[in-house]
Write a protein that binds this ligand. Structure first.
Ligand SMILES: C[S@@+](CC[C@H](N)C(=O)[O-])C[C@H]1O[C@@H](n2cnc3c(N)ncnc32)[C@H](O)[C@@H]1O
Length: 264
């Protein structure tokens, strides 16, 4: 099968570790997401397309918002299937299609009111092509919601050159695999070129004063460390150094994401 992605479960030390990270990530975003989805008009009968559903944590939120509608989730990693099914066991209005979105989307027969991609587009080699396929599957007036990263929203004080170097190496590694850690800032241009309208971007940041340093570090480094295994001892040293500063209340650590919305 052709590879369009920089996300590969085989690169993680254990699947369990990645599942914990995804669940933590979900619990931090979910309250905000539910509010945002409702504001955008997701309702009881919405038809929703979700790309890259992972464990199904966000599928569950989407399915609970739309009991008389339907959520179609596409996920390329079969290893997530059981977990997704367990998460969605009480919902009849959600289906999972295992496969690469580039291959699955053209085969879908129906259109959608909403499409959601959370932390997926940064892994896609040809985001423009995928977004074009999604545009075709949205009904007239249908809305797209993308939550993704921009590495410039990760920084700390006191300034750490070690953190900068690490981020730089992760950016290069992900780019070599076809991903892009600066995807969010490019979306307004890409979406306009495809024909989307009413494009809006909101940045959401978390700091170590809101979340524990341990949580923020796991969110921020879990995937990155899988990309640069040769840095594992640097990452442990940096974590220790920052943790000590955090315990003395002498650290500011920020991570941020961008939520982009657009309409067909
Ligand atoms: C970082 S995970 C995010 C999972 C989930 N959206 C969440 O926020 O918890 C990225 C997910 O996108 C999936 N993915 C990446 N490229 C894909 C593609 N081309 N088609 C379908 N799924 C894909 C990965 O397998 C992975 O489950």
């Amino acid at each position: 099968m052709k590879s369009h992605f920089s996300y590969d479960l085989n690169r993680f030390n254990t699947l369990e570790e990645e599942i914990i990270r995804l669940d933590k990530q979900h619990s931090h975003f979910n309250k905000f997401e539910t509010k945002k989805l409702t504001e955008l008009g997701v309702n009881k009968t919405s038809r929703i397309l979700e790309i890259g559903s992972g464990t199904g944590s966000i599928t569950k939120t989407l399915a609970s918002l739309t009991p008389g509608g339907k959520v179609t989730a596409i996920e390329k990693e079969i290893q997530f299937k059981k977990m997704w099914q367990t998460n969605l066991k009480d919902f009849k209005n959600a289906e999972l299609v295992i496969g690469d979105s580039f291959e699955v989307l053209p085969m879908l027969q129906h259109v959608f009111d909403f499409a959601y991609l959370r932390f997926v587009l940064q892994h896609i080699k040809k985001p423009h092509e995928l977004l074009k396929l999604i545009f075709e599957k949205l009904d007239k007036g249908g809305k797209l919601i993308i939550t993704d990263i921009d590495d410039q929203l990760t920084f700390c004080y006191p300034h750490s050159e070690k953190l900068d170097n690490l981020l730089n190496d992760v950016q290069i590694a992900q780019r070599q695999l076809g991903g892009d850690r600066f995807i969010s800032r490019k979306l307004p241009t890409i979406l306009t070129q495809i024909g989307f309208k009413h494009i809006s971007c909101e940045t959401i940041c978390f700091t170590n004063t809101q979340l524990s340093f341990q949580d923020i570090w796991r969110l921020n480094m879990g995937f990155k460390s899988s990309l640069v295994p040769s840095h594992s001892s640097n990452i442990v040293n940096l974590q220790y150094q920052l943790q000590v500063a955090d315990e003395k209340s002498e650290l500011f650590y920020n991570v941020g994401v961008v939520v982009t919305t657009a309409q067909k």
